[in-house]
Write a protein that binds this ligand. Structure first.
Ligand code: AP5
Length: 222
């Protein structure tokens, strides 16, 4: 029989490296990457009413109201590809009410990954971040520069990636993080995110491999 698909959540402060690690995890494990921030930015770009409302909160570094976020994430988690291949949920839940909403829909993760990065590093990571609109890849002008001149010329910056806005995002993160962590304590692994992206990935990769091995060893979980 086909093994049960993995369900993984990844969390951490703004610019702690969630998106970067998600690129590596999905490449190796084939999980469907569902990023609350990306879903919201897609709504903003599409110019929908939800997108317009969401942008007001994102510009202030605040949480977008649950009536917009919860259904959006839940619907994506219940799409056939997520059910079939497993999922990697990035940036959700960000409050206990968001976690409770998922639980009520019977959606629970197998593993909760927490990326830990000292605060003084986060601002530099945010202001140097660039995105490739063609491939969706995440770059950093210093730590992960684009491979070619052609890519460099088309890179864009997120509207909330300024020093002033990241400070607001960090404040929101601090207000909510403990409540979320307490919901997943028994399945949490803490990962040192202040290392090269490959060294960070090694820690995550080991935890995922171990989880898969454990499942193989316990009858009835395959
Ligand atoms: P979201 O898009 O989720 O932003 P965030 O949490 O602030 O996280 P980021 O995407 O900024 O960072 P990341 O951890 O993915 O880091 P990355 O890998 O890019 O949310 C945006 C907004 O949407 C929120 O403020 C909120 O308003 C709203 N929102 C989202 N979810 C919501 C929810 N559930 N409920 C309500 N509202 C919600 O890395 C950052 C940079 O560092 C890159 O340049 C990268 O190249 C570099 N880097 C990465 N790893 C390393 C490394 N190991 N060494 C050196 N550099 C590195």
């Amino acid at each position: 029989a086909k093994p049960e698909p993995l369900r993984v959540m990844i969390s951490g402060a703004p610019a702690s490296g969630k998106g970067t690690q998600c690129e590596l995890i999905t490449e190796k494990y084939g999980l469907v990457h569902i990023a609350a921030g990306d879903l919201l930015r897609a709504e903003v770009a599409a110019g929908t009413e939800n997108g317009r409302r969401a942008k007001e909160f994102m510009e202030k570094g605040q949480l977008v109201p649950n009536e917009i976020v919860v259904m959006m994430v839940k619907e994506r988690l219940l799409q056939p590809d997520s059910l079939e291949n497993g999922w990697l949920l990035d940036g959700y839940p960000r409050s206990s009410s968001q976690g409770i909403a998922l639980r009520e829909y019977g959606i629970q993760p197998d593993l909760f990954i927490l990326l830990e990065v000292p605060e003084e590093i986060l601002v530099e990571r945010v202001v140097g971040r660039r995105l490739d609109p063609v491939t969706g890849k995440i770059y950093h002008l210093k730590y992960s520069p684009p491979e070619t001149e052609e890519i460099a010329a088309r890179l864009t910056q997120r509207f909330d990636d300024t020093e002033e806005k990241v400070k607001l995002r960090l404040r929101t993160h601090h207000q909510n993080v403990e409540a979320v962590l307490s919901m997943y304590e028994d399945i949490t692994i803490k990962v040192n995110g202040d290392a090269s992206k490959w060294d960070v990935f090694k820690q995550i990769d080991n935890a995922l491999t171990e989880l898969i091995e454990q499942r193989k060893a316990i009858p009835g979980t395959l």
